[in-house]
Ligand binder design. Sequence first.
Ligand code: ATP
Ligand code: GCO
Length: 192
Amino acid sequence: MPLNSSAFPPDHALPAQPAAHGITRQLVVVMGVCGSGKTTIAEGLHNELGWPWLDADTLHEPASIAKMRDGIPLTDADRSAWLERCHTWLRGCAERNTGGILACSALKRAYRNRLRAQGLAVQFVYLHADENTLHTRVEARTGHFMPSSQLPNQLETLEPPHPDEAAWSLSTLHQPAETIAQIMGLLKAKKS
Ligand SMILES: Nc1ncnc2c1ncn2[C@@H]1O[C@H](COP(=O)(O)OP(=O)(O)OP(=O)(O)O)[C@@H](O)[C@H]1O
Ligand SMILES: O=C(O)[C@H](O)[C@@H](O)[C@H](O)[C@H](O)CO
């Protein structure tokens, strides 16, 4: 049974879990639009692997959170310093060789290039679901700043990863546990 991850701050490494044995510590970014399941899956992978994880929403400036809460889409300029902070977190995990799992929308290729900057090896996991499912999920969440009115703009802004980005593309139309199991299988099969 994995350690209770709430006992550790999300960016502190847990001792790796048994499931992590045989999997090379690496950087994983779980990407997608709001409601695609990034946070759920990133935390689930953390519980399986014991690697540090972080919800990139915690790295947004308060002004950006306020904008999204007010239903105003972020611009490239709003995201620039945020992406820098995301890259810095990823680079820290690489330097400490702890592995790292970041839940980050990373909607555009240019954003993903910022996360891969300075030769950082990042495995992107692209989560997707149909718009109705996404809308239902975002509407059903309580206490989250993101209104469902933002979903059309998120989908319009999204640039799904190109084949050359070697991202893993997964539908989240089934239970989180199934998505997590799929990713664990892909990590196990991946040659380091
Ligand atoms: N297979 C699945 N994988 C992940 N989440 C799922 C899945 N099925 C249902 N969900 C549900 O989708 C909802 C949205 O998940 P989550 O908050 O993790 O998305 P997100 O991409 O982090 O959203 P945001 O970017 O708005 O924070 C949650 O209530 C989660 O339980
Ligand atoms: O790039 C963006 O527009 C933002 O990061 C959003 O994706 C939010 O982080 C998230 O979706 C909130 O729910």
